[in-house]
Design a protein around this ligand. Structure first.
Ligand code: AKB
Length: 310
């Protein structure tokens, strides 16, 4: 059977670039982008697009049938900072869409699902350095709770019904094509835009708040790699790591290219969220089991971001 892919949440930060990468790999007509809002011109013009509300079960089903979809990448989500403001809506978006596609896969309507989790599954009681694959999971945020519940549902459908669902726990993702929205790690994207536009940035996290981050190129590689090949015997929501830095370190890297760049700090409610997340991640299982390897270190990320945004 030829692969027919539906990306739900295709206009978002990761969804938009993932859609283009999948179209390059499987052909434009084989990858259907969908979202509640239009995406950028490149995505809208290069292949099929459907308006789709990820919480509308009936509509998802219509699109699965219409395009004879075999694989879903479920990228629609409300991220950590916004979810704290709209807990019920966040639960609805982050949970229901996942349960719908798992159920469709159980009924044999789908072959494979990619569903991303996040470092937000970890909490205050988790070891914050070299956070292990298997550890205490007591998230303090609505977003983290929904991601942890999602992981357990994926595991349940995998073990009980043989659903092929694959998951990685994304760290903060840094990219230049599409802005992120509503995340705690978003400062690491905003800072580049402001550095070039204004020469300064007021950071909403404290200077020493170290968090795991990854360049979009590496996030796309991890996503495509875990989806390549046969289904796994065991469901694992894999830790994947690339770099870890705090705002002061990122600012210093930017200053090597833009020496006049200035950063100030005004922590807000997102500081409390960041304080419960890991500083560094142990991703040795992903490296061993499916050869995960990142390419971009902090210096390379900064160079590439400033080059592309200039
Ligand atoms: C967020 O900050 O909410 C996200 C994430 C780490 O999942 N970028």
């Amino acid at each position: 059977m030829t692969e027919k892919i539906l990306v739900i949440g295709a206009s978002g930060q990761i969804g938009s670039e993932l859609t283009m990468r999948l179209r390059a790999k499987y052909g434009n007509e084989s990858v259907i982008a969908s979202d509640i809002r239009e995406g950028g011109a490149e995505m809208m013009e290069s292949g099929p697009f459907e308006f789709l509300d990820a919480t509308d079960k009936a509509d998802i089903l219509v699109i699965l049938h219409k395009h004879e979809i075999t694989t879903v990448y479920l990228m629609a989500a409300m991220l950590s900072a916004t979810a704290e403001k709209h807990p019920k809506k966040a639960w609805d978006i982050n949970m229901n869409a996942l349960l719908y596609v798992l159920e469709f896969a159980e009924k044999g309507l789908l072959k494979t699902i990619f569903w991303p989790s996040s470092i937000a599954v970890f909490g205050e009681t988790t070891p914050r350095d070299d956070t292990p694959q298997k550890t205490i999971l007591e998230p303090a945020t609505v977003y983290g709770i929904s991601k942890l519940a999602g992981e357990r549902w994926c595991n349940y459908f995998h073990d009980k019904f043989g659903v092929d669902v694959r998951t990685i726990r994304y760290p903060g993702i840094i990219s230049w094509k599409t802005m992120p929205g509503g995340g705690t790690t978003d400062y690491a994207v905003e800072i580049f835009h402001e550095a070039l536009k204004k020469g300064s940035y007021e950071c909403f996290l404290d200077e020493k708040t170290k968090l795991p981050m990854m360049y979009m190129e590496d996030a796309l590689k991890a996503t495509l790699d875990i989806m390549d090949g046969e289904a796994f015997d065991t469901y694992v929501a894999y830790n994947v790591a690339a770099v870890s830095f705090h705002p002061k370190k990122l600012a210093k890297e930017i200053q090597t290219i833009l020496p006049d760049f200035k950063i100030t700090y005004k922590p807000d409610f997102r500081q409390q969220i960041a304080d419960t997340w890991p500083r560094t991640i142990d991703d040795s299982l992903a490296r061993k089991e499916w050869n995960w390897k990142h390419d971009y270190d902090t210096t390379a990320i900064v160079k590439d971001m400033l080059k592309n945004l200039s």
